[in-house]
Design a protein around this ligand. Structure first.
Ligand SMILES: N[C@@H](CCC(=O)N[C@@H](CS)C(=O)NCC(=O)O)C(=O)O
Length: 209
């Protein structure tokens, strides 16, 4: 058994972490759950991740949750894949910026918007406004081809996965800059392998239910 376990559920945010592990060529074990069956709320999983959420990884006994943390951690751990700018690389700061922007601005903005919550005044909102968040991301991607310009990084795996599902569900508009970016990243072999594995795991769960 590998010392790295990805706690996973098909058709969830955990797909991005699976894509990243494939991109990194990392050895891992999958613990597969069904969100529909509520596996994530069972005591056995809550003992691992008390939030009952996926993705989560356990590496050498340490729990890491939150996609941005998982991505930063894994890309540094498997540094030979060169998906994380090193600490002394001028792109390290922008790389961390986009990783953390995802969790602290994009996710809450999209969730608030999709639930039609009354927007907070800009000055009191941690992300300003939904429109501003999308505009900032679209402007960065329009420069392309990746978030860090010519350099493909783990941040692109996170963002392309997120833009893929959020545009698919219509909670984010499929702007031309988003579409070109999603196509670019999802056409990579790792993305295809991970989505094929996700579909296979889902089919297995559906057969068994
Ligand atoms: N803040 C978390 C969000 C993870 C999340 O919301 N995961 C969803 C799957 S898409 C989940 O586990 N939902 C199951 C539940 O809450 O019961 C992250 O960035 O990793």
């Amino acid at each position: 058994m590998a010392s790295l376990i990805l706690h996973y559920a098909p058709q969830s945010r955990s797909l991005g972490s699976l894509v990243l592990l494939e991109e990194l060529g990392a050895p891992y074990d999958l613990h597969v759950m069904s969100l529909n069956d509520g596996d994530q709320r069972q005591p056995a999983y809550l003992a691992i991740n008390p939030m009952g959420k996926v993705p989560a990884i356990v590496h050498n006994g340490a729990l890491i949750t939150e996609q941005a943390a998982i991505f930063i951690y894994l890309a540094d751990l498997f540094a030979q894949a060169a998906l994380a700018p090193a600490i002394d690389d001028p792109l390290r700061g922008p790389y961390l910026r986009w990783m953390v922007f995802y969790g602290s601005c994009f996710e809450p903005a999209v969730v608030d918007h999709s639930l039609q919550r009354e927007p907070a005044p800009k000055r009191r909102s941690p992300y300003g406004s939904y429109d501003e968040v999308l505009a900032v991301v679209a402007a960065q991607l329009a420069k392309g081809p990746y978030l860090l310009g010519e350099r493909f990084s783990a941040a692109d795996v996170l963002w392309a996965s997120a833009l893929n599902w959020t545009t698919h569900f219509g909670v984010v508009p499929l702007l031309p800059a988003f579409k070109a970016y999603i196509d670019r990243v999802t056409s990579r072999p790792a993305y295809k392998q991970a989505t094929a594995k996700d579909a296979e795991l889902l089919a297995r769960q559906e057969e068994g239910s």
